[in-house]
Structure formats: structure tokens, C-alpha cells
Design a protein around this ligand. Structure first.
Ligand code: BTN
Length: 245
């Protein structure tokens, strides 16, 4: 069974739904919902998911090679979202490592990649994407960070949600196949072209504590390169904020 697509009116989280399916889910299953009651973001944050406005979509993809081969998948997903936006005539979006999609200085889309299975055997990735099409003032306030939506980028013309969903699914199906065959190397140049953090003063916090430096791109595996006073550091996983002077 290949390529199941489900659209729910209301669900706790499209990603949680695919996690629950586990082995039952066919490869490249896609679950979308009009609204989520417990939408999840990275690092335990929640993702506001009211009905009628935005896209909430998750995709389960199996990989035979194990998740040792999947470093870079979440960055590649950022590129996949950019390609979908491009198909929609939007070229100005950029990527904030690891995979926030920014435009006009605000967050346009969020990506959550969750891996399960074996390190060097069969495994599955659940890729969740939240894309802002139209944000209300209330949502902007609740977001707690600067946000942006497709309606603003398209000069206030509300984008057709079906077309946006179709562009996203097409890009995802093609991009994931490309990632499976060629790995992150097929995405690294496009990532670099749209890297919002290159040359920018950053504060990085994670298991290594807090580090200040200047964004210096990414390496071939997708690790953030940070130019610090003590030299160049590669960062695999962390929270990144832009330091304002
Ligand atoms: C982030 O930037 O923190 C990631 C946000 C990911 C949100 C999407 S919406 C569809 C899918 N279902 C979820 O519960 N989360 C992801």
C-alpha cells in the first residue's frame, strides 16, 4: 500500500496520529487536519492550530538504511517547503537552522521531524509541517514570536489552501524520494542559498551550554557551523537565537 492521504476535521496532532499507526501506516502516508487540539512544536512547545486558516500536515516515510543515514533530513524538509513556496510564486523565504521557514522577519512554517526504528536498519520518519496561510491578530499575539503568513506575502490575497496543500504534497513526495536516493547532498546548495543565519551573530544553547558566535553556514551533514572566539564549532542539535546589538 502506497500513498494514503487522510484529511481529518479535528485531531490531537497529525504527527501523533502517524506515530500511533506505527507499522500499520503505509509508506508515504499523509495525514492532514483542519484543526489540531494538541499541535506539537519542537522542544516540547505547542503549535497553535485553529481551524479554517492554515495547513497542518504530517507524512510518514520509511527508510531501509536506518536513521544513521538521515542526518540532514530535517534541513532537507526546509528546502522541500521552500520549493513548494517557489511553485507558488514566493521566492523571498529563508531558512533558520535547523528548519524554521522565515519570511519578512517572521516564522512562516515550522517543521518537526521525529525518527523511530533502528540506527542501521529499517526506520521511519514522521515529518510534521505547519504552514501559516492566514493569521489572525489573536494568533499573532499568542504566538510569542514574530510570525508571517502567505496572505501577507501575496499582498493580502488569501492563497487557495487546496493549491498550497497540493504544492506542499508534490514537493514532499518528490523531495523525500530524492533524499532517499541522493541524501542531503542533493539539498545542501539550496539550503546554503537560503541560509538566514550566515554571517549573523548567534547565541546557541543546548547540551554544550551557551555559545556565542557568528553563523558560518552548514556542513555536508547539516550541522550548523558557528565561528566562535575559540574557533569554528559544529553544532548538531541546539536552539538558536539571533543576538541583537
Ligand atoms: C516548530 O517549529 O516548532 C515545529 C512545528 C510543527 C507543527 C506541525 S503542524 C502538523 C504537525 N503536527 C503537529 O503536532 N506538529 C506538526
Amino acid at each position: 500500500r502506497l500513498g494514503a492521504l487522510e484529511v481529518h476535521w479535528e485531531i490531537d496532532s497529525t504527527s501523533s496520529e502517524l506515530q500511533r499507526r506505527g507499522n500499520e501506516a503505509s509508506d508515504l502516508s499523509i495525514v492532514m487536519a483542519e484543526t489540531q487540539t494538541a499541535g506539537r512544536g519542537r522542544r516540547g512547545r505547542s503549535w497553535l492550530s485553529p481551524p479554517g486558516l492554515n495547513i497542518y500536515l504530517s507524512c510518514l516515510k520509511r527508510f531501509e538504511a536506518g536513521f544513521a543515514a538521515l542526518s540532514g533530513l530535517s534541513l532537507a524538509t526546509g528546502v522541500i517547503v521552500l520549493r513548494a513556496l517557489h511553485a507558488f510564486g514566493i521566492d523571498g523565504a529563508s531558512l533558520k537552522w535547523p528548519n524554521d521557514v522565515l519570511a519578512d522577519g517572521g516564522k512562516l512554517a515550522g517543521i518537526l521531524v521525529e525518527l523511530s526504528g533502528e540506527y542501521q536498519g529499517p526506520c521511519a520518519a514522521v515529518i510534521g509541517i505547519g504552514l501559516n496561510l492566514r493569521l489572525t491578530d489573536a494568533l499573532r499575539e499568542q504566538a510569542g514570536q514574530s510570525v508571517c503568513d502567505l496572505a501577507t506575502l501575496a499582498q493580502g490575497v488569501p492563497p487557495d489552501r487546496n493549491r498550497a496543500a497540493a504544492a506542499l504534497i508534490t514537493s514532499l513526495v518528490e523531495g523525500l524520494q530524492q533524499f532517499e536516493q541522493e541524501g542531503f547532498s542533493a539539498f545542501v546548495d539550496e539550503y546554503a542559498e537560503h541560509d538566514a543565519l550566515r554571517g549573523v551573530p548567534l547565541r546557541v544553547s543546548g547540551a554544550m551550554g551557551e555559545l556565542d558566535g557568528i553563523g558560518a553556514g552548514i556542513d555536508a551533514r547539516g550541522a550548523l557551523q558557528l565561528q566562535t572566539a575559540a574557533g569554528l564549532r559544529g553544532i548538531d542539535s541546539a536552539d538558536v537565537t539571533v543576538r541583537r546589538a
